[in-house]
Design a protein around this ligand. Structure first.
Ligand code: NAP
Length: 246
């Protein structure tokens, strides 16, 4: 699973799963571009990567903006001398029952989670094609497979990410670019901290392994999919959920 000589770009890497993923990729030898709308957080993660002896850069990018993602890919390719691994991790929730969900909340979630993944993949793929080597790993969700009351926008965006993953896998295979998704269950981050205690207890009761996941559980799966060890895996959705869905 060595990633020496590879350049990774992780979106939403200022905190949570994205941050853990950026640090794990660095610990396996990759140089890392840390992308987030929150530049201060991105800079903290990038400094941690640098302290591990790898090259890093922090970029303030809104993944919903294709002009920004094009500039992002170009500056990473130029400054870090490559762009081999893209992790589409930036994501948001705006929960509410369908009957009460506003158009703005629907659009915001689809824009970041689905269109953001499309924008970043499109911006990065031309550099991966030049290198004839690429790994795209999209962070989906268990609820993109199962659905979830109160998350029509979020579950639709993540189901869309799974469709996008399989299409990129088919389109790019001949260029030696693989594309896979990781579908986390419930992972302890700022996103799930907001859940009420009784909801967390109900969730725990549905998890055979008896605990919520940690960001590192997802990060290790991403490292594997990014590595040569996973070179024959493409178009796959890897469930990392403690057995909650199987
Ligand atoms: P998080 O702690 O909220 O981190 C998400 C990061 O993405 C934040 O730093 C956020 O910045 C950034 N971001 C938001 N909008 C962005 C945009 N337009 N452009 C660039 N960056 C943006 O979330 P997380 O729990 O680590 O989740 C990471 C991914 O895993 C998401 O795709 C999420 O859907 C998925 N996931 C999480 C869980 C879970 O249980 N936590 C389960 C399944 C899937 P700001 O905070 O400044 O907005």
């Amino acid at each position: 699973m060595q990633l020496s000589g590879k350049v990774a770009l992780v979106t939403g890497a200022g905190q949570g799963i994205g941050k853990a993923t950026a640090l794990k990729l660095a610990s396996y030898g990759a140089d890392v571009a840390v992308v987030d709308v929150n530049y201060e957080n991105a800079l903290v993660t990038a400094n941690e990567v640098t302290n591990m002896g790898r090259k890093a850069m922090a970029l303030k990018v809104d993944v919903t903006n294709p002009k920004q993602t094009d500039e992002m890919a170009q500056s990473v390719f130029t400054e870090l001398q490559g762009l081999h691994i893209l992790v589409n991790n930036a994501g948001i929730t705006r929960d509410g029952l369908l009957m009460r969900m506003s158009e703005a909340d629907w659009d915001a979630v689809i824009d970041v989670n689905l269109k953001g993944s499309f924008n970043c993949a499109k911006s990065c793929i031309k550099y991966m094609t030049k290198q004839r080597w690429g790994r795209i790993i999209n962070i989906a969700s268990i609820v993109g497979i199962t659905g979830n009351p109160g998350q029509a926008n979020y579950s639709a965006s993540k189901a869309g990410v799974i469709g996008l993953t399989k299409t990129i896998a088919r389109e790019m295979a001949s260029r030696n670019i693989t594309c896979n998704a990781v579908a986390p269950g419930f992972i302890e981050t700022a996103m799930t901290d907001a859940l009420p205690q009784d909801v967390k207890e109900k969730l725990l009761a549905q998890i055979p392994l008896g605990r919520l996941g940690g960001p590192t559980d997802i990060a290790m799966c991403v490292v594997f999919l990014a590595s040569s060890a996973a070179g024959y895996i493409t178009g796959h959705v890897m469930n990392v959920n403690g057995g909650m869905y199987m």
